[in-house]
Design a protein. Structure first.
Length: 407
């Protein structure tokens, strides 16, 4: 079974990427920490403009207050949040991003996400980013770019396409009865089963069922997760195929199954496009990165198909040759069941499960959690941060001198 990278692996990696790397990071499950309410009632009242289906943490809650709620045991942290907007960027990375903005270094950390642009920006603000307009962010899997203060839409939907995706609200309501029946068959009860939740993004819409898994205490890759995911994907595949083909005869829409969600999206856009846009801007800036590091978690689905992050990772060799700068990949390969206390990678999420139709991407480091990835990013910049503003982490040299163990 694949093992997590050791301290010596990490030390070698840090030496390899040089003193001025650019980290391009997926958000959910990769650098964002998820928060889940442990009590039945939200500890702070939601505002009228907040959405209870999407959040239990009120917008505007200072990160320090949220940290206090975790210490009190009201919230628990994990790889994912039960609700879509209950995730935050860890405070040390917020400091690093804010420092980069203040010193006019926008190409230290960039974000490349399949989240919609509004949600992604909202979460960065809620995490404590001071000037979100200056953050290098590509959302909607490459369709919406915020780079050096400019917003660019690489792909817009026409009215018909918008309506096509909006119809997922009706489909989710229609599928609810089927899903509850699947829960009853799988677990023996469907009492209190939450409703499916629809998230609309720029070029995609998702049907989420994480609330259902959480309500019944079922982890990712459980029988219930696989059963619901397969059922929704089968039906949404049919729906996606109803849209007329484009001028090249290709399907306009396709489905992707992610963690506790199935997405219908424009097929022609993926994270490889977004990564290329970030890289070209970075290489054309005043400070050329010593290396480009892409970090993502959603590489393989365990059914032979790739995840959303695969399309960025698969570009490593091509981009290294094209741009003349080292490209490296970090796979935030979650432990079995997303249990942060487990030290074994989930075999179902291994790139080795990809079918022969997809080349396995080069993986340079394997880490288990967003917290472990944060440590590596902070170590990478500790050499160029002599004031040790973020210096509670080990320097690479210290890590190399320590015992070789799995993180």
């Amino acid at each position: 079974m694949t093992a997590y990278s050791s301290y010596s692996d990490i030390a070698h990696f840090l030496n390899k990427i040089g003193n001025a790397p650019l980290f391009v990071c997926d958000m959910d499950g990769n650098v964002m920490t998820g928060y889940t309410l442990k009590t039945d009632t939200a500890p702070l009242p939601l505002k009228e403009t907040d959405e209870a289906r999407r959040q239990t943490i009120p917008y505007g809650t200072p990160p320090a207050v949220l940290g206090g709620l975790v210490k009190e045991g009201t919230y628990e942290t994990g790889i994912f949040a039960e609700k879509a907007m209950d995730a935050r960027l860890p405070a040390p990375l917020v400091d690093l991003v804010n420092h980069g903005i203040e010193t006019n270094q926008p190409f230290r950390i960039a974000f490349l996400t399949s989240r919609g642009a509004n949600d992604a920006r909202k979460l960065l603000v809620e995490s404590g980013i001071g000037n979100v307009d200056a953050v290098t962010l590509v959302a909607d899997s490459g369709a919406t770019l915020f780079i050096q203060g400019r917003k660019t839409e690489a792909r817009k939907l026409n009215d018909g396409e918008k309506n096509f995706l909006a119809n997922l609200e009706y489909l989710a309501a229609y599928y609810q009865k089927d899903v509850q029946a699947l829960v009853a068959v799988t677990l023996g009860t469907a009492k209190g089963c939450p409703k499916l939740f629809v998230e609309h993004k720029g070029i995609a819409s998702n049907i989420h069922y994480r609330e259902i898994l959480s309500h019944f205490g079922q982890p990712d890759n459980s029988d219930l997760d696989k059963t619901i995911g397969a059922h929704l994907k089968e039906r949404l595949d049919v729906y996606a195929g109803l849209w007329p083909k484009d001028l090249n005869g290709e399907s306009v829409f396709k489905t992707l199954d992610g963690p506790a969600t199935v997405e219908v999206k424009v097929a022609s856009m993926h994270k490889g496009h977004g990564l290329a846009a970030i890289v070209e801007e970075a290489l054309g800036s005043g400070v050329r990165p010593s290396a480009i590091v892409f970090a993502g978690d959603d590489v393989a689905k365990g059914n032979g198909l790739p995840g959303t992050d695969y399309y960025a990772m698969a570009q490593a060799r091509i981009f290294s040759a094209k741009y003349g700068v080292p490209f490296l990949n970090i796979h935030t390969h979650h432990p079995i069941g997303n249990d942060v206390n487990c030290d074994r990678p989930d075999p179902d999420k291994s790139p080795g499960t990809l079918s022969l139709a997809f080349n396995k991407p080069d993986i340079d480091l394997i880490v288990p959690t967003p917290s472990a990835l944060t440590d590596i990013i902070l170590r990478a910049y500790s050499r160029s941060m002599p004031d040790a503003k973020f210096g509670t982490r080990l320097l690479p040299e210290a890590a190399a001198a320590g015992p070789v163990r799995e993180i």
